[in-house]
Write a protein of this length. Structure first.
Lengths: 74, 890
């Protein structure tokens, strides 16, 4: 599938660019990164609910692996 | 947890912060599991409210008799009440266990098909004045003649007042055909077990989601690998989901839409004994995999990228959606408009491809904003599948701590998708539609030639082209001792016009919703870091050595000013055969004759179950007063059966007089709803009454303790839940016992005595409920209640206690009755068949964690076994009740 190849290339490029462009951050320099507001998902509880609402109203797949969620048949 | 324990031994604050920071990173970098963030117990409630949808109907001017298309609002938009509880616990330093429970109850109006408005598929219902629109009833085959011009545009026929001849007006306005669904509940439980190394983790999880018409089971495995001194984290997940649809075909809609395509493939089961109940069966399987990378860019930013692939096979259609098709039969063009066509409107159960491959690619960027101590999150995802849908999602939020433990997070999200290849609002086809069924009503062949129709078709707006814009705010407050409150609000608007590049679906399919949520989070790890749990290893003192059985409320106070307790209380109760009159089992004949006086009974409930989830938040402002707030969430379901010897359904009545059918001039036959009651169990759920109590200490000498508890409950639970409309007749109010609250402000006093010596403890309690209003907004009041209970407990070990209890309950019958329509089919629909006198014995166990990180946690269960029921009127016998509680005292 053409899209598959495109996706793989983009991912590879992104990862490559990231690894090259990053500066080494020592563990003791990670105070800001460890703050709760810097969490990748600062509100997992609420965001699971939002994802469920979007998931049963929109056709796109969620970014994560399946977590159940029911039919949404209405 | 190893690091936390080490930190406790080492009082150096900076080290503690640093180790906590290091500890948090893996969790922070992992979208797989929240469990790595620490031990936590959370409760969340949310309310989803859709706006009224714009639908169209054909209005007829009574004076001049002309027809025109008019917009009206749909009634009873969808509402969803959700409850979520979760616990994350470290079983050992390296093994984490996370458990989630979710339930949601939804009900309301949903689109079933889409059709040109001139066909009048939403037939408006008028009030007695003949003008006010009070509702709409779905006519899946249209109520007006189906006329098309030569280009197959829909036409509305009118009579020219001057010439008396037909005139035809082209009108391409589309509308959803809306149908209302009675409430139903979904429940989901899932878990995840994670094993963590210093720089890697593996997890395995699974769960099940249950609805009346859908069951889904899923499992997943995942791994995390930290590289490069944890600057880079890789995640890989694989999941499998297997879902069964078994949708009950609505008895009313059944004759108006065609399911032959499924019937001929053996997907429809017919149950003769239940008035020919039809069930549509389907199975689907989903395999999904997800790979993600997270990278720290510098000390203030990190970035993530992920790709996922999902392959789904099997039945992926929505069993409640159909597509309107105009069949233009060349042999039946008896009176077409000039150079146009006449047709018949049919609705065919939608058909979707049985395979779907979906790709999703995206990334997120998180930037720390130093001067404001804030964080900016930006997220983009692209999704594509082989159904022709490509979608883009943009999301940004700004997490702003504002001091004193408050954080405010505004957010915005934009989503856009293309339509699926097989999406179509409606169809026309040049052929006839002819049922061909055997003597039993089973399809022999399709009533149409499928080669003249697309293989797949759906008018589900989720598959249309549209855009959606949403925005909201999250506000959190971190209290001391690891307790935090999280609230959120979001508004969402779905519009065809918001699609990227234009070409989205028309405005008829637009809708919006808002959702509000509130969560209470108890961070057990933070509590143990603060020494919260450990400080109370001697918490026997707090409970005065008394561990009342799980079913007893208000059994203990908090003894020290400033103490907190968070508890969760679950209660399950069930009722089943036989039906009782007073204390005696009673046969169907007697119920038919006397159970619904002055009318006959047609039905009786067969079983009823109730689940209640309560949050128990206690705080002691002083040592002689404890305040207690108790929100509750409940759900119930009831199945019904036809009574032997019941009169014909046609004789059924409601409490306000059966309405007159304007087309016949005779009363509607409301007995047609009886089949729905037999075929579809009834479900309700949502937030119940919230109560507030103040416990005052009257006496305490260390061995004996007495406290008095005045309390109030506020009427926050719904008492106006209605059943869906069928056969042109309103469903009316659902049974008294299935409403979620009392609807009245209630006074709830209690008096409690407890005592203990050595390993023994005991207690006595009297409590009551007095309705402070004569009637609620729906016109009735539940009976007052008095309860007396006494118990004895023995500490089997230093952590396990067993109890035995006796209880007497007296509850009055319902006063008044529904001030609106209730279709009275069985004893449960009459006020006199509620309340009674009950005797129970209870057997309980209670376990406390005596020491360690989880000290202060207590779990108790109790089974209440009915000894005798003496019911008012005619009611089901009680099977028993289970209570389970968890509490954390700090």
């Amino acid at each position: 599938m053409k899209l598959t190849g495109l996706a793989a290339k983009m991912l590879l490029l992104t990862v490559g660019a990231l690894l090259v462009g990053c500066t080494a951050v020592q563990p003791w320099e990670r105070g800001n990164l460890a703050k709760p507001q810097m969490a990748l998902d600062p509100y997992p509880l609420q965001n699971a609910l939002r994802a469920h609402n979007y998931g049963s109203r929109e056709a796109a797949a969620g970014g994560n692996a399946a977590q159940g969620g029911g039919c949404g048949c209405y | 947890m190893a690091v936390i324990k080490d930190a406790k031994k080492q009082p150096d604050l900076s080290l503690q912060v640093l180790t906590t920071a290091a500890l948090m990173l893996p969790g922070l970098l992992s979208p797989v599991a929240h469990s790595a963030e620490g031990d936590e117990v959370d409760f969340q409630y949310s309310h989803y409210q859709e706006g009224k949808r714009n639908i169209s109907t054909v209005a007829t001017d009574l004076l001049i008799g002309s027809n025109s298309v008019a917009g009206i609002k749909s009634f009873n938009p969808i509402e969803v009440e959700s409850l979520h509880g979760s616990a994350k616990i470290s079983l050992t330093d390296r093994v984490k266990f996370a458990f989630n429970y979710t339930q949601d109850t939804w009900g309301g109006a949903t689109p079933m098909t889409t059709a040109p408005a001139v066909f009048n598929t939403n037939f408006s219902l008028l009030a007695a004045d003949g003008l006010t629109v009070v509702g709409a009833t779905p006519y899946l085959r249209g109520e007006k003649p189906i006329l098309l011009d030569s280009q197959k545009n829909p036409l509305l026929a009118n009579i020219d007042p001057n010439t008396g001849e037909n005139i035809y007006i082209k009108n391409n306005q589309l509308t959803h055909t809306i149908s209302y669904a009675s409430p139903e509940t979904r429940k989901q439980g899932d878990f995840k077990l994670t094993y963590e190394w210093d720089e890697a983790a593996v997890s395995v999880g699974g769960g099940i989601s249950l609805e009346d018409d859908y069951e889904s089971r899923f499992g997943n495995i995942g791994g995390r690998w930290d590289l490069n001194q944890k600057q880079t984290t890789l995640n890989l997940d694989l999941s499998y989901t297997n879902s069964d649809t078994h949708a009950i075909v609505n008895h009313d809609a059944a004759v108006y839409y065609d399911r032959s395509a499924y019937e001929l493939r053996g997907k429809i089961e017919k149950i003769k004994s239940l008035d020919n109940k039809e069930i549509l069966h389907g199975n689907r399987q989903d395999w999904a995999t997800h790979f993600g990378v997270t990278q720290i860019i510098n000390k203030d930013a990190l970035i993530g990228a992920d790709v996922s692939y999902t392959r789904s096979t099997g039945y992926m259609a929505n069993p409640y959606k159909a597509v309107n098709v105009v069949f233009i039969d060349p042999d039946k063009q008896f009176d077409p408009p000039p150079s146009g066509f006449q047709g018949s409107l049919q609705a065919l159960a939608e058909q979707r491809p049985e395979v779907r491959n979906q790709w999703n690619l995206g990334g997120r960027y998180v930037q720390y904003i130093n001067p404001l101590d804030a964080a900016l999150h930006f997220d983009y995802h692209f999704s594509a599948d082989d159904w022709g849908i490509q979608a883009h999602t943009f999301e940004a939020d700004w997490v702003q701590p504002v001091g004193y433990g408050w954080t405010v997070t505004p957010r915005v999200r934009y989503y856009s998708q293309d339509a699926a290849d097989f999406y179509t609002p409606w169809l026309t086809t040049q052929q006839g539609f002819n049922f061909n069924k055997d003597a039993n009503g089973n399809a022999i062949v399709l009533p149409y030639d499928p080669s003249k129709l697309p293989t797949n078709f759906s008018s589900d707006q989720r598959l249309s082209g549209f855009g959606a814009l949403s925005g909201g705010v999250t506000v959190t407050k971190q209290f001391t001792k690891g307790l935090s409150l999280e609230t959120g609000f979001e508004y969402y608007t779905h519009q065809g016009g918001l699609k990227i590049g234009g070409g989205g679906e028309g405005a008829f399919s637009n809708y919006d919703y808002w959702v509000a949520n509130a969560a209470l989070k108890v961070d057990l790890a933070a509590l143990s870091l603060n020494g919260g749990g450990n400080a109370h290893t001697g918490h026997q003192h707090h409970n005065h050595g008394v561990h009342a059985p799980a079913g007893v409320m208000f059994d203990h106070m908090l003894s020290k000013a400033g103490d907190f307790m968070v508890g969760y209380r679950y209660m399950y109760g069930s009722q089943g055969d036989p039906m009782l009159h007073d204390s005696n089992p009673v046969g169907d004949q007697a119920i038919v004759a006397n159970g619904c006086s002055p009318n006959p009974c047609f039905l009786a409930s067969d079983s009823m179950t109730m689940n209640m989830h309560m949050l128990d938040i206690m705080y002691a402002p002083t040592d002689w007063l404890t305040l207690m707030l108790m929100p509750q969430f409940m759900d119930m379901n009831m199945s019904m059966r036809r009574l032997d010897g019941a009169p014909s359904d046609d004789l059924a009545v409601n409490n306000v007089g059966n309405p007159i059918d304007p087309s016949t001039g005779t009363p509607f036959n409301i007995g047609q709803h009886i089949q729905h009651h037999i075929q579809n169990g009834h479900e309700t759920g949502g937030i119940g009454d919230v109560s507030l109590y103040a416990m005052f200490k009257l006496f305490d000498n260390g061995m004996h303790h007495v406290h008095i508890t005045p309390g109030f409950s506020a009427p926050t639970g719904d008492v106006d839940i209605q059943l869906q409309r069928n056969h042109k007749v309103e469903g009316g109010f659902i049974h008294y016992g299935m409403q979620l609250g009392s609807g009245t402000w209630d006074f709830k006093p209690s008096l409690t005595y407890t005592g203990h010596v050595d390993q023994f403890s005991w207690g006595v309690q009297a409590n009551g409920t007095v309705r402070m209003e004569d009637q609620n907004k729906s016109g009735y009041a539940l009976g007052d209640m008095f309860q007396a209970t006494t118990w004895g407990s023995y500490n089997l070990t230093n952590w396990l206690t067993a109890s035995v209890r006796g209880m007497y309950t007296l509850q009055g019958a319902i006063k008044g009755q529904f001030n609106g329509q209730i279709n009275q089919y069985g004893p449960m629909d009459y006020p006199q068949n509620h309340g009674g006198k009950y005797w129970d014995v209870g057997f309980g166990l209670s376990a406390a964690v005596p020491s360690g990180d989880l000290a202060g946690n207590r779990v108790s269960v109790e089974w209440l076994q009915p000894v005798e029921d003496n019911v008012n009127g005619y009611q089901l016998e009680r099977d028993g009740a289970l209570s389970a509680t968890w509490s954390y005292h700090f």
